[in-house]
Design a binder for this molecule. Structure first.
Ligand SMILES: Nc1ncnc2c1ncn2[C@@H]1O[C@H](COP(=O)(O)OP(=O)(O)OP(=O)(O)O)[C@@H](O)[C@H]1O
Length: 357
């Protein structure tokens, strides 16, 4: 009969490309059960959105199947998302990720919604907070316009609304649009503060925050109130948007928030008639920016009419057509974001919170 040590030995040839170590030393292999010639075990990853999950499963199957005395291999792929280090300002929330842009209208909310739904599709527990107090668009994009969240009066907490497997909260659920428009700085800060701390999120692996455009009060409030795991910057390929993106990255840097990477949105135009893609704007800007800031381009999302149409209908493209080419772009983005967070969390850096005197 095969021994557990033989199985672990065989599995130790599988190297995690991010942690640069084998999956046995990393402690990913769990619950090894040997029953005659049948072997079962679990591979526990640091995120359900791991881009190499299927490769790991296949490699593990091949390695153990090749052992003498083994006839059947049963592998369970599971995950336990690592929390970012530092104080957990929102109990139960492992990672807080800001989705930001230096400039308005670059598709930040569209990216945030599709990224959040794609992440939830992997099995992760996901929340999405709309921090755009002046122009909340999450209720419409998530198909939840007109819905009101329940209030847990006893716990003095707002219950998030849920759709497509994602829990969301937005000022748009609580006040009318025209009411929010007239708010001034301190009110914005206190409203955002409440959305961050007074919501019954439960346990979340990833809480995405759709930031308002620019580098104003909301960014300061966020970075002062909670330890942010990292920021995803959304930009379009035009020079001006890239310039604004620089300001956004610099602003987060000043608050010690690490930029996980850049999403270049509307990077190519996909013709709805012939399907051909054309670069309407200059190419390579996001790459140059990422080199300058020593970060990565996480995804290039094309300018595509179905992305806009589905956003307007309140069914994000990843939910409406999960097997489409457009959805695949966001699913890959979710994998990249999860990967970057796992790597960052494994370094066990304390993420500082800036407290202004
Ligand atoms: N990749 C895309 N392809 C087609 N349309 C897109 C794409 N990304 C965003 N859009 C459309 O562009 C418009 C602006 O997008 P969105 O509201 O997400 O931008 P934003 O940066 O969040 O804006 P704001 O600064 O107002 O919050 C929307 O109509 C959206 O449907």
């Amino acid at each position: 009969m095969v021994a557990e040590s033989d199985i672990l030995n065989a599995l130790s040839v599988i190297i995690d490309p991010d942690f640069k170590k084998d999956i046995v030393s990393l402690g990913f292999v769990k619950n090894v059960v040997i029953d005659g010639s049948s072997v079962a075990f679990t591979i526990e990853l640091t995120t359900p959105a791991c881009p190499v999950k299927e490769e790991f499963r296949q490699a593990a199957d091949a390695a153990v199947s090749a052992l003498p005395g083994v006839e059947a291999v049963d592998i369970t792929m599971s995950s336990k998302v690592t929390a970012s280090q530092g104080k957990q300002a929102i109990p139960g929330v492992a990672n807080i990720i800001a989705i930001a842009s230096g400039k308005g209208g670059v598709g930040k909310s569209t990216t945030a919604v599709n990224l959040a739904v794609a992440m939830a599709q992997t099995g992760a527990r996901v929340g999405l907070l709309d921090a755009d107090i002046y122009g909340p668009s999450i209720p419409r994009m998530m198909g939840l316009a007109g819905y009101k969240p329940e209030i847990d009066h006893q716990a003095k907490r707002i219950c998030p609304l849920e759709n497509y497997g994602v829990k969301t909260i937005s000022i748009g659920y609580l006040v009318d649009d025209d009411q929010a428009m007239i708010w001034r700085g301190p009110m914005v800060a206190s409203a955002l503060g409440q959305l961050l701390t007074d919501v019954n999120w439960g346990d979340l692996d990833y809480l995405f925050i759709d930031m308002p455009p620019g580098t104003g009060d909301a960014q300061l409030t966020l970075t002062q109130k909670v330890p942010v795991t990292g920021a995803v910057m959304v930009t379009t390929p035009q020079d001006i948007a890239l310039l604004d993106c620089r300001k956004g990255i610099d602003m987060f840097k000043k608050s010690s928030v690490h930029t996980l990477g850049i999403v270049e949105n509307m990077s190519q135009f996909i013709c709805p008639h012939c399907g051909e893609s054309s670069s309407i704007f200059a190419e390579g800007g996001a790459e140059r920016l990422s080199q300058e800031y020593k970060t990565e381009v996480l995804a290039h999302i094309p300018l595509d009419i179905s992305i806009r149409e589905k956003a307007d209908e309140g069914i994000p493209i990843v939910a409406a057509a999960p097997d489409s080419k457009q959805a695949k772009g966001y699913q890959a983005l979710a994998g990249e974001v999860a990967r970057k967070i796992s790597i960052q969390n494994s370094r066990k850096i304390d993420i500082p919170i800036i407290v202004q005197g």
